[in-house]
Design a protein around this ligand. Structure first.
Ligand code: COA
Length: 162
């Protein structure tokens, strides 16, 4: 990626990525020139897909968009920010209930690395109710998830169920 461009990191578990995440990624590109989707692990969650699987899903979804790059990371987000020299972090907010966690996360991150600034975007009203865990649950019970995730993710969830 070129220097001098406005770059941001969009971190998350993305287990799996949903239309809500994709909407945030696409809209953030009105502000940033390049977005690095960083697939990490939230220690409070037990992942369904490996990080490599999530990376493959995200790469396929954004294969036509050169402004988006996906990476996996272990460890702290602030270490990734230092490594990439990108200190803006994008996160989506769905409801008031997200605020407390995001406030804590961004405060911790800024305390550990003062150059980090978090940038919050409101999730589109079309997607505010979607969550990855709901999608996983509906898929595991054989429900239709095509309104929530792209076809490649839907296929992976179906294969997983089998
Ligand atoms: N539309 C729809 N759903 C959305 C959404 C949107 N715009 N934005 C978030 N969500 C949902 C997700 O579907 C997910 O749902 P779930 O809780 O049912 O799984 C949830 O909101 C949040 O998931 P996601 O955005 O994928 O990421 P996360 O909050 O699990 O990610 C990390 C957290 C990875 C960024 C954070 O744990 C991290 O930085 N980890 C690295 C270690 C570190 O540095 N820790 C810092 C400690 S202070």
């Amino acid at each position: 990626m070129e220097r001098g461009k406005k770059r941001a990191i969009y971190p998350g578990s993305f287990d799996p990525i949903t239309f809500g995440h994709i909407d945030i990624a696409q809209r953030s590109l009105k502000i940033f020139d390049e977005l690095i989707i960083a697939i990490g692990d939230n220690r409070n969650k037990d992942p369904l897909f490996s990080k490599a699987q999530r990376l493959a899903q995200i790469n396929e979804i954004f294969s036509e968009n050169d402004a988006v790059q996906a990476v996996m990371f272990d460890g702290l987000l602030v270490d990734l920010a230092r490594q990439l020299e990108v200190f803006t972090v994008v996160r989506g907010l769905r409801a008031v209930s997200d605020f407390e966690f995001e406030f804590q996360l961004s405060s911790f991150n800024r305390k550990m690395e003062p150059r980090v600034e978090s940038f919050f975007m409101m999730t589109s009203e079309k997607y505010f109710y979607i969550s990855s865990s709901m999608v996983r649950q509906v898929a595991s019970l054989g429900g239709d998830i095509s309104d929530f995730v792209p076809p490649n993710v839907s296929a992976d969830l179906k294969n997983h169920r089998r």
